[in-house]
Design a binder for this molecule. Structure first.
Ligand SMILES: [Zn+2]
Length: 271
């Protein structure tokens, strides 16, 4: 096998030797760095080596230049089993996802600028704007802010992990996960790409959303693609053009103020 080719690709699937897993994790780190999804020593990546061991990136190291020797092996409680460095500072977040999702074998955390912008604005990527995104990720919610490396952060993520494969972390970044490292990385790439397209529609001042019928067909296709996370139409699912249109009204500030004044007047006269 050609060594340089192997270094620049990640084999799909999770059945690999530990050596292959280590090489792939460093490749994913380089990809995160090359695409500008992480700077300095940001971000962290991990994967399941077997039923009780997780291979993770170390803390304090640039993910683009980390080497196979920098990686750390921990158990599912986060105790270091091997490696000379300390594991990622966000290890608890990774372990939470592995605990809640037995189907997940790899987790990526990064700060891609556009999706992180949405996270900082508290805006979920949940509009049914692109068919491929609905199939790949359903919708991407925002988890409320939690201090990095604390239980605040894991508690904020916990209710969302089961129903989503990508989550925006408020005022922080993005976490994605999948059945293997390549899928987990692709979900990060897809989330950032969708954030960019979404931003362009905001700049154009117009968004044409898919209908409930269209989204139902796309969500049904998820099963055929072997995607396990539940994605449904509802408060957690993609927002369609049919959502709440009957109730939506547009008011100018003046009209709104008049309505409020009238309501307050009525309330006063009643007393
Ligand atoms: Zn982070």
């Amino acid at each position: 096998m050609n060594g340089s080719m192997v270094a620049e690709s990640i084999t799909p699937g999770a059945l690999k030797t530990e050596e292959e897993h280590r090489r792939d994790l460093c490749t994913a780190g380089r990809w995160l760095r090359e695409r500008g999804y992480v700077v300095a020593t940001d971000g962290n990546i991990s994967l399941r080596l077997d039923s009780r061991r997780i291979l993770t990136s170390p803390t304090g190291v640039n993910k683009g230049t980390m080497t196979e020797d920098d990686l750390v092996v921990v158990d599912l409680e986060g105790h270091r089993l091997s490696g000379r460095r300390n594991p990622s500072s966000e290890l608890a977040m990774h372990l939470l996802i592995y605990r809640l999702r037995p189907d997940i074998n790899a987790v990526c955390h990064a700060h891609p600028p556009t999706a992180t912008g949405y996270a900082a604005a508290g805006i979920p990527l949940n509009k049914a704007l692109l068919c491929e995104l609905v199939i790949a990720l359903g919708s991407v919610p925002v988890a409320r802010y939690g201090t990095p490396g604390t239980s605040e952060l894991t508690e904020a993520l916990e209710p969302l992990v089961q129903g989503h494969d990508a989550i925006l972390m408020a005022n922080h970044g993005v976490v994605t996960y999948g059945p293997d490292l390549l899928t987990s990385f692709f979900r990060m790439e897809t989330t950032e790409h969708f954030a960019r397209v979404s931003l362009v529609t905001e700049q154009l001042g117009k968004q044409v959303l898919l209908s409930v019928g269209d989204v139902e067909k796309l969500l049904a296709a998820r099963a055929q693609h072997g995607i396990q996370a539940a994605a449904t139409i509802g408060p957690e699912g993609p927002v369609t053009c049919d959502a709440g249109d009957a109730e939506r009204v547009t008011l100018t500030r003046r009209e709104l103020e008049t309505l409020i004044d009238e309501a307050v007047q009525k309330d006063r006269t009643r007393r």
